[in-house]
Ligand binder design. Structure first.
Ligand SMILES: *Cc1c(COP(=O)(O)O)cnc(C)c1O
Length: 378
């Protein structure tokens, strides 16, 4: 199999599995317990807290473990909104967010009386900080803009948007699930109050994530129960996955610069071959402000579902940005937000690489793509 769907999930690193193993087999004690195997779990969680904090230059006590990116996004928006009900009811986000953000905003609108502004993006998939500035009203309590997009990989001007939020005394959240461990992040320099990340997008296991909550930000819990995570996120900790996420974060920190170069060079090679060797193909989203591992292209006249099926038959795992509901593909909300025609928005192919890919694989996939596209066009 050739795996090119790393924006959807990633292969857990061997070191991650090895670090998790003892917490599944021997140290299964409840981290809140007094006895030795409980304390061992507690220490491991604390260690993972430091490891995950370091990657964004946060303090360990600013990190709260969750079940993943979706929960972190829900928590940030719901608690951020509800805890500021006395100040206002307006939220600013963008049209290209992940559904964990968009559908939580919908919920807040329909059930909690929130007013949400969905800011547009340029056709290169980048949000203009001026548009965020213009959307601010005296009622605005929360701004949420993703660090990098999961479909087209575009990297947003988070530092500038954070600055605007700070100047206006508005809480600033960023969904950094695609960026965390992939590009350098610094919560201070970027003026971030709240940040979501997820373990399984950086070669950790599924079922663990973090919400970074800046020290001093008054922020209520979201899951109520036995008062774990300093009373902010109850529930017995998912120790093994948390340990796995910590290990993945440490590996990412060590290898980020080096991996960036290797992945970027494979991606550029792949993209150049696709653009040069296959006619009538368009790259979607900015090339300059883009995650090093992302390609998103539309081939004129190609039904992407047929393309994905043909790739799968050849053992190649890739994806389309479009959601498949009741058997038919609906155009991607991200590509529609770029102003692309529905045909192109519906038929985009996303190829997302990782350090586990090889140049041989990349060349094989381009060769197969050339063949399939030309056959499908006939
Ligand atoms: C994957 C993803 C999420 C959801 O994270 P899970 O851990 O799978 O719940 C949220 N936002 C973005 C940008 C993502 O890519």
């Amino acid at each position: 199999m050739i795996y090119l769907d790393n924006a959807a999930s990633t292969k857990p690193a061997d070191e991650v599995i090895a670090a998790m193993q003892p917490f599944l087999q021997e140290a299964y004690g409840n981290p809140s317990a007094i006895y030795r195997i409980g304390r061992k779990s507690r220490d491991a969680i604390d260690h993972a807290r430091s490891q995950t904090a370091r990657l964004i230059d946060a303090r360990p006590e600013e990190i709260f473990f969750t079940s993943g990116g979706t929960e972190s996004d829900n928590w940030a928006l719901v608690a951020g909104f509800e805890s500021q009900a006395d100040k206002g009811s307006h939220i600013i986000t963008t049209r290209i967010e992940h559904h964990a953000i968009l559908n939580t905003c919908k919920y807040l609108e329909t059930s909690r009386g929130a007013h949400v502004t969905y800011v547009d993006v340029h056709e290169d998939g980048i949000v203009d900080p001026d548009d965020i500035q213009k959307a601010i009203t005296p009622q605005t309590v929360l701004i949420s803009v993703m660090t990098a997009n999961n479909e087209i990989g575009t990297i947003q001007p988070i530092r500038e948007i954070g600055q605007i939020a700070k100047q206006n005394n508005i809480q600033f959240h960023t969904d950094a699930v695609q960026a965390y461990g992939h590009i350098p992040l610094d919560v201070h320099a970027m003026n971030i109050d709240l940040l979501s990340a997820s373990s399984h997008k950086l070669h950790g296991p599924k079922g663990a994530g973090i919400l970074y909550i800046k020290k001093g930000v008054k922020f209520p819990g979201f899951i109520h129960g036995g008062s774990q995570e300093r009373q902010r996120r109850s529930g017995t900790e998912n120790v093994a996955s948390i340990v796995g996420m910590g290990t993945a974060a440490e590996l990412a920190l060590k290898a980020q610069a080096q991996n960036d170069q290797i992945i970027r060079s494979m991606r550029d090679h792949m993209l150049n071959r696709i653009l040069n060797e296959i006619p009538d193909v368009h790259l979607n989203g900015s090339l300059q402000h883009r995650l090093p591992n992302n390609i998103n292209v539309s081939f004129n006249g190609i039904d992407v579902e047929s393309l994905l099926i043909r790739l799968d038959l050849l053992g190649i795992a890739a994806s389309s940005g479009a959601a498949c509901t009741s058997g038919s593909l609906t155009p991607s909300h991200v590509l529609l937000a770029l102003g692309l025609p529905p045909e192109r928005s519906k038929n985009a192919l996303r190829l997302s690489l990782s350090i586990y890919n090889t140049k041989d694989e990349i060349n094989t996939v381009v060769d197969k793509l050339k063949m399939i596209v030309s056959e499908l066009r006939k």
